[in-house]
Design a protein around this ligand. Structure first.
Ligand code: ACO
Length: 323
C-alpha cells in the first residue's frame, strides 16, 4: 500500500513580535485577559511588504533541506491559506516559480484553520492514487492583514507564520505500524458560515474584508467537533487514545486544547502547544507546531501523531500520522 511519509518539516516566523502588552496600548485589553481566555502571550507580525508567499517559500526551503531534497524533486505543491497574496493566481504558483520545476501542478486549498489537514488529505490522496511521489505541502498565513485592529474580541487572537512538510511516497503494509499518513477525516457544515467569517470578498464587497467571530459559539462547536474527529481517527485505525504519542492540534486557543485533551482523557503533556508564542496562525499552526516539536526533539521517528483542526465554514478534520 502506498503511504505518504513526512520526509522533512520546516517553518518560518516573521521577525516582528507583538506582545499582549503592546496590544494593550492599541485596544482596551490586558495581558491578564488575553492569557486567561486564550493562553496567548505574543504573536509574530509580517513586515510591510512581506507576503504570504514569502513566508511560505522561507518555510519550504527549510522543509526541503530537512528532507534532503531539491526543489526540482517536487512534483506537486499544495498551499493551504485563507490569506493569499492575491485573489488569483494561487499563492502556490508563486512558490512553484520560486523553487520548483516549471510545469508541475500547484494549487491553494482554502479551509481556513483546517486548511493544513485538508491539504494533507489532498496530498495523501494524490500520492495514494499514484499521481504524485514528492509533495510540498505548506500552511501559510498573514492574518494580520485581515484583522480589524480596533476589534479587541478578534485582533488579540491571531498571528502570522508558515509551516511546511515534504511528503514522499513509500511502501507500507497497510497496518497502523506503517510509517506515514494512516488516515484522514474531513468535515464541513456551512450552516454555521456566519459564526466565523471575513466580511468581504471579490463577489460581495470587492474588498478583502476583516475577520468577524461569535467566539462563544465557535468555542462550543470546536470542543465537540474536535473530540469527535479525534475519536473517528482512532476508531478507523482500531487504536486506543493511549496509542497517541503526540496530539498536534490547530493552535486556536489554550482552553480549546485543554478541553479537547480532557474530553478524550489524553495526558495533557502529550499535547504540543505553541499558541502562547504564535497565537492562532490558521492553516500554518499545525505545521508550525509540528516543526517546533520535531526541532526540539520531542517528536521522534516512529511516534504516532494525531493532527486535528477546526475553522471557519465550519470545517474540521483529523489526520493520524506515524512520523
Ligand atoms: N480584552 C478584554 N476584554 C475583552 C476582550 C479583550 N481582548 N475581548 C472581549 N472582551 C470582553 C467582552 O467585551 C465581554 O465584556 P462584557 O462582559 O462587558 O460584555 C467579556 O470580555 C467577555 O467576552 P466573551 O466574548 O464572552 O469572552 P469569552 O470568555 O467567550 O472569551 C474568546 C472570548 C477568547 C474569543 C472565546 O470565546 C474563545 O476562545 N472562542 C473560540 C474562538 C477561537 O478560538 N477562534 C479562533 C478561530 S476558530 C478556530 O481556530 C477553532
Amino acid at each position: 500500500m502506498r503511504r505518504s511519509v513526512i520526509a522533512g518539516t520546516g517553518s518560518y516566523l516573521p521577525a516582528k513580535i507583538l506582545t499582549n502588552h503592546d496590544l494593550a496600548k492599541m485596544v482596551d485589553t490586558s495581558d491578564e485577559w488575553i492569557v486567561e481566555r486564550s493562553g496567548i502571550r505574543q504573536r509574530h507580525i509580517a513586515a510591510d511588504g512581506e507576503k504570504t508567499s514569502d513566508l511560505a517559500i522561507a518555510a519550504a526551503h527549510k522543509a526541503l533541506a530537512a528532507a534532503g531534497i531539491k526543489g526540482a524533486d517536487i512534483d506537486l505543491i499544495v498551499v493551504a491559506t485563507a490569506t493569499p497574496d492575491q485573489t488569483f493566481p494561487a499563492t502556490a504558483a508563486r512558490v512553484q516559480a520560486a523553487l520548483a520545476r516549471p510545469g508541475i501542478p500547484s494549487f491553494d486549498v482554502q479551509a481556513v484553520c483546517s486548511g493544513f489537514v485538508y491539504g494533507l488529505a489532498t496530498a495523501d490522496n494524490f500520492i495514494k492514487a499514484g499521481q504524485a511521489n514528492t509533495v510540498l505541502l505548506i500552511g501559510a498565513e498573514v492574518f494580520s492583514r485581515i484583522l480589524d485592529w480596533k476589534d479587541r474580541a478578534t485582533c488579540v487572537l491571531f498571528g502570522d507564520g508558515a509551516g511546511a512538510v515534504v511528503l514522499k511516497a513509500a511502501d507500507g503494509k497497510g497496518t497502523p505500524a506503517d510509517q506515514g499518513v494512516l488516515s484522514t477525516h474531513l468535515h464541513s457544515d456551512g450552516r454555521h458560515h456566519d459564526m466565523l467569517y471575513v466580511d468581504g470578498g471579490p463577489s460581495t464587497t470587492q474588498l478583502a474584508g476583516h475577520i468577524r467571530m461569535k467566539g462563544k459559539e465557535v468555542f462550543r462547536h470546536a470542543v465537540v467537533n474536535l473530540a469527535a474527529t479525534v475519536e473517528e481517527a482512532l476508531a478507523a485505525n482500531a487504536l486506543p487514545v493511549s496509542a497517541i504519542d503526540w496530539l498536534v492540534p490547530h493552535q486556536a486557543n489554550r482552553r480549546i486544547l485543554d478541553s479537547t485533551a480532557d474530553k478524550l482523557g489524553l495526558d495533557p503533556s502529550k499535547v504540543v502547544i505553541t499558541v502562547d508564542k504564535h497565537a492562532n496562525t490558521s492553516a500554518a499552526s499545525i505545521p508550525l507546531a509540528l516543526d517546533t516539536a520535531v526541532g526540539d526533539g520531542r517528536i521522534k521517528r516512529g511516534d504516532l501523531l494525531l493532527l486535528e483542526a477546526m475553522g471557519g465554514g465550519f470545517t474540521w478534520g483529523s489526520a493520524l500520522v506515524r512520523f
